[in-house]
Design a protein around this ligand. Structure first.
Ligand SMILES: Nc1ccn([C@@H]2O[C@H](COP(=O)(O)OP(=O)(O)OP(=O)(O)O)[C@@H](O)[C@H]2O)c(=O)n1
Ligand SMILES: C[C@](O)(CO)[C@H](O)COP(=O)(O)O
Length: 253
């Protein structure tokens, strides 16, 4: 892996790591979430196409369910994908962090910028991907796309038992809060350092940028997109199908 931090944009090589090894417990019983269909095409293929749509991305590393790497390789071979992009498939781990780490370990020399993108965010528009890459190439070590919140957020003291009322501890100022999406973009050496030094501490982090924050390095936010939402629960599948139907109607996609 390259130890260089930043090179000029014309020499910069960007890879996307797609963690896709989760089970999708919150979506309900069935195949691993990334392999479930959206409009007849596996969610993972939508996510791979979303990354490969960016001309900046020359390599996509898919982190497959531990027992599903062969199936994912077949899926990639069976679906049309841009020829200019290279693809790799590696088996994932028990946690999202372990899966991202497996993807980082598979990167060849010469990559200096890496995107980490949830397979569970299959519909992120290419403009959002490009905005993240551009901000990293402009010098930010870590970049996250994010949106302002529609709901007010309360911090609570979690109940000892499920179903009991939870006392409110605080109401953070909503105008300062952002809901964070992916792809998150990084100077590769920075993200590798974060995974080397932060990944296994405490409860870990729910996103990669949080690990870079723990290194004390700056993380910046660029505008996210409402279509970059995460497919987590059954209702999200309905929304994703509706977004695809709207795209078909508008663009013939
Ligand atoms: N061991 C894991 C767990 C999660 N992921 C990936 O991380 C992304 C975000 O995770 P999430 O939406 O929480 O997916 P799941 O872990 O599958 O969902 P759940 O928590 O409902 O089981 C997904 O693309 C998922 O495939 C992964 O690669 N390896
Ligand atoms: C990385 C992420 O998508 C940013 O919002 C999110 O934190 C993933 O969380 P999950 O619980 O693993 O879905």
């Amino acid at each position: 892996m390259s130890d260089e931090t930043h090179s000029s944009p014309e020499h910069s090589r960007t890879a996307a790591v797609i963690p896709a090894a989760g089970r999708g417990v919150r979506l309900g019983p069935g195949a691993p979430k990334a392999l479930r269909a959206l409009n007849g095409t596996p969610m993972l293929i939508h996510a791979v196409r979303a990354m490969a749509a960016s001309r900046a991305v020359s390599l996509v590393v898919v982190v497959a369910p531990a027992d599903g790497a062969a199936e994912v390789k077949t899926l990639l071979a069976d679906h049309s994908l841009p020829e200019r992009t290279d693809f790799l498939v590696v088996p994932g781990g028990d946690t999202r962090q372990e899966s991202v780490r497996a993807g980082l370990d598979a990167l060849p020399p010469g990559i200096d910028t890496v995107l980490v993108h949830d397979a569970a965010r299959p519909l992120v528009p290419v403009d959002t991907v490009d905005a993240v890459v551009e901000a990293v190439r402009a010098g930010a070590p870590a970049v996250v796309p994010a949106l302002p919140l529609a709901d007010t957020v309360k911090e609570v003291e979690p109940a000892a038992e499920k179903g009991l009322p939870e006392p409110v501890v605080a109401t953070p100022v909503r105008a300062r809060l952002r809901a964070v999406q992916t792809p998150q973009g990084f100077d590769l050496a920075t993200l590798v350092r974060a995974h080397d030094t932060v990944a296994l501490r405490g409860e870990g982090a729910t996103d990669d940028a949080g690990m870079v924050e723990q290194l004390g390095l700056p993380v910046v936010v660029v505008p996210g997109h409402e279509e970059a939402f995460k497919v987590t629960r059954p209702l999200d599948l309905v929304l994703a199908e509706a977004v695809l139907a709207r795209r078909r109607a508008n663009d013939g996609f």
